[in-house]
Design a protein around this ligand. Structure first.
Ligand code: NAD
Ligand code: DAU
Length: 337
């Protein structure tokens, strides 16, 4: 099988490629990535010499370029996106361009070239925000209600993907996943930001009252779920993917990280809230469990600690990132370096 993975130099895409080549060494993967600030080929060092792996630098919005790489591709796994909510609030246009227009360009090319499966990676953020004090969860029937430029662009992409199924019979599947954590996550995201700031002896910025809740999932659980959807998922269907643990607040996560790293709570700094900050996400993953037999298997605390170890052992990886463009972004976002 020949797969085109878009955004394979990012956090989840690179974890997917490493997993796939390990489990399906006979398959061929083309990794198509624009290498934005978030793309990093160092994530793929372990496979760069593998003859079944090819990297192609390019933009998913460029139809002519896409036409050149898509021939003889069986499956597209579409990760490429602008993915950080705070950046989308500062500058929405790249999000609309890559996440909406780029997805439509890929869909067109997939249709023209008879791709056997277009799998779209989406997010639980398209469903909006849940109340803090109830036990409701998102499921496959929840109405879309995006509340940031990022989630609005992902919601638009999801709609387009479904339209290509209903209108043109393109064989698609979609997964909407909750917050991932693990190795190779760019340190603008909450967990790696907290870990690397502590390693640098800097405070951890916590937005608002810190009582916001996300549904945390270890990245390899996500990648395994995508594998199952590619193998057994029903064409045209959407599957939600989430973690085991419910209702852990951001502030409690920072406290756990501090405890694991043997530091006191002076590292916590409450800062100005994110505009339109979604209060709570929680995912009901019973459909993918009952239909495909998937459930998360990586315990949050154990894998949080292993993730801390990974960042401790890979200082070179994140220290290179935290200079240059990142420090400018950090200054603008948090008003300090
Ligand atoms: P990331 O920001 O780490 O990586 C995105 C990758 O896409 C980068 O390598 C970047 O260079 C590439 N890219 C961006 N614009 C491109 C373009 N125009 N053409 C080609 N490549 C381009 O993101 P991530 O966290 O790995 O997320 C991957 C996907 O999963 C995204 O679609 C995101 O919306 C979705 N998702 C992420 C999470 C999460 O917790 N990180 C949760 C649910 C869904
Ligand atoms: O839910 C899935 C989504 O999870 C993905 O679609 C996105 O691509 C991914 O970035 C992530 O979005 P979030 O906005 O939930 O993740 P982030 O790591 O930015 O923030 C997690 C929580 O931590 C959120 O409540 C905001 C808070 N936060 C974040 C940062 C960066 C802070 O309190 N301080 C911070 O400095």
């Amino acid at each position: 099988m020949k797969l085109l993975v878009t955004g394979g130099a990012g956090f989840i895409g690179s974890n997917f490629i490493l997993y796939w080549l390990n489990n399906y060494p006979q398959d061929k993967i083309i990794n198509l990535d624009k290498l934005t600030y978030a793309g990093n080929l160092e994530n793929l060092k372990k496979v760069e010499k593998n003859s079944n792996y090819t990297f192609v630098k390019g933009n998913i919005c460029d139809a002519e370029f896409i036409e050149g790489v898509i021939r003889e591709i069986d499956v597209i796994v579409h990760f490429a996106a602008e993915s950080h909510v705070d950046r989308s609030i500062r500058e929405p246009s790249d999000f609309v361009m890559t996440n909406v227009v780029g997805t439509q360009v890929l869909l067109d090319a997939a249709l023209k070239n008879g791709v056997k499966r277009f799998h779209h990676i989406s997010t639980d953020e398209v469903f909006g925000s849940l109340n803090l004090n109830d036990s409701s969860k998102f499921n496959e029937r929840t109405n879309y209600n995006p509340r940031s430029p990022y989630s609005a662009s992902k919601a638009s992409a999801d709609h387009l993907v479904r339209v290509y199924y209903y209108t043109y019979n393109l064989p698609i599947t979609i997964t909407n996943c909750s917050n991932n954590f693990g190795s190779y996550q760019f340190p603008e995201k909450f967990i790696p930001l907290a870990i690397t700031n502590i390693l640098e002896n800097k405070k951890v910025p916590v937005y608002g009252d810190g009582l916001y809740i996300r549904d945390w999932l270890y990245v390899e659980d996500h990648v395994r779920a995508i594998d199952l959807v590619l193998e057994k998922g029903k064409i045209g269907e959407t599957y939600l993917i989430g973690g085991m643990l419910n209702n852990i607040s951001n502030i409690d996560i920072v406290k756990k990280i501090l405890k694991f790293m043997d530091k006191d709570e002076d590292y916590i700094e409450f800062v100005k809230d994110r505009p339109g900050h979604d209060r709570r996400y929680s995912v009901d993953w019973s459909k993918i469990k009952s239909e495909l037999g998937w459930q998360p298997k990586y315990d949050f605390e154990i894998w949080l600690e292993k993730t801390i170890d990974w960042y401790k052992e890979n200082e070179d990886w994140w220290k290179k990132i935290k200079t240059g463009e990142y420090s400018k972004y950090y200054q603008e976002q948090y008003g300090q370096t």
